[in-house]
Design a protein around this ligand. Structure first.
Ligand SMILES: Cc1cc2nc3c(=O)[nH]c(=O)nc-3n(C[C@H](O)[C@H](O)[C@H](O)COP(=O)(O)O)c2cc1C
Length: 209
């Protein structure tokens, strides 16, 4: 842990523990505030290390899960498989849209290639259906938020893309019974700062009783 390096000789063991705890609490709020959607057009060519992707997936696996169904499933695409995904999405778009736009067709084709990696976000429904589906979706979304925050800390840009075309993903992936694709987690290194998207103040969304 990074915090293990913050050792002051004159501090007692207890004081160090307290200091680390305080620092952790401060940092998670800062990372939440810094999280952004960073799109493929903003990525540079720097590859994403496999060890970094593994760490990001490990963060996903720590998400909360009702009845421990652990419904999140991921498919990591790099190299040729990214290209195949771009061809599949753009092809499906052209096939199914009565008036396809060249710009959108190109974007669907190029986005995976511009990314350092793409992670398909899937949800595996509990075969016993012991929970309502929304709980499995919520749990998977929490896993994605863990990945997003982890990327923020690591300086990797990312965002969740959910095109209508995800309904065709069973033709691209070998999805199991009850497994659904919920979109793509595009990832890439980037340069510079990304503007924050403003939010309506929280005070307008909360009722204190
Ligand atoms: C479930 C989900 C699906 C999303 N799908 C898309 C998408 O298909 N296309 C897109 O441009 N952004 C998508 N986004 C990202 C939002 O556009 C983004 O979160 C929002 O603009 C706020 O920006 P921020 O993430 O930088 O705070 C999605 C976000 C979520 C949580």
């Amino acid at each position: 842990m990074e915090f293990g390096l913050i050792v002051l000789d004159s501090y007692s063991r207890w004081e160090n523990t307290y200091f680390c705890f305080f620092k952790t609490k401060t940092m998670i709020f800062d990372i939440i505030k810094r999280r952004r959607s960073v799109f493929p057009a903003q990525y540079n060519d720097r590859p994403i290390a496999k060890a970094d992707i593994e760490k990001i997936l490990e963060a996903a696996n720590c998400a909360p899960t009702h009845k421990r169904t652990e419904p999140w499933r991921f498919k990591v695409l790099q190299g040729d498989s990214k290209e195949k995904l771009g061809l599949f999405l753009s092809g499906k778009y052209k096939e199914n849209d009565p008036s396809p736009k060249e710009f959108k067709y190109r974007k669907l084709q190029d986005n995976p290639n511009r990314s350092g990696a793409v992670i398909a976000i899937c949800m595996q429904r509990d075969p016993k259906e012991s929970l309502p589906e929304w709980e499995e979706l919520a749990s998977t979304a929490m896993a994605v938020q863990n990945m997003w925050l982890c990327c923020t800390e690591m300086g990797i840009g990312c965002y969740w893309s959910s095109p209508g075309l995800i309904k065709y993903m069973d033709e691209f992936f070998d999805l199991k019974k009850g497994e659904k694709c919920l979109g793509f987690f595009y990832m890439g290194h980037y340069d510079g700062e990304i503007e924050a998207v403003p939010r309506i103040p929280i005070s307008e969304k909360v009722v204190w009783l």
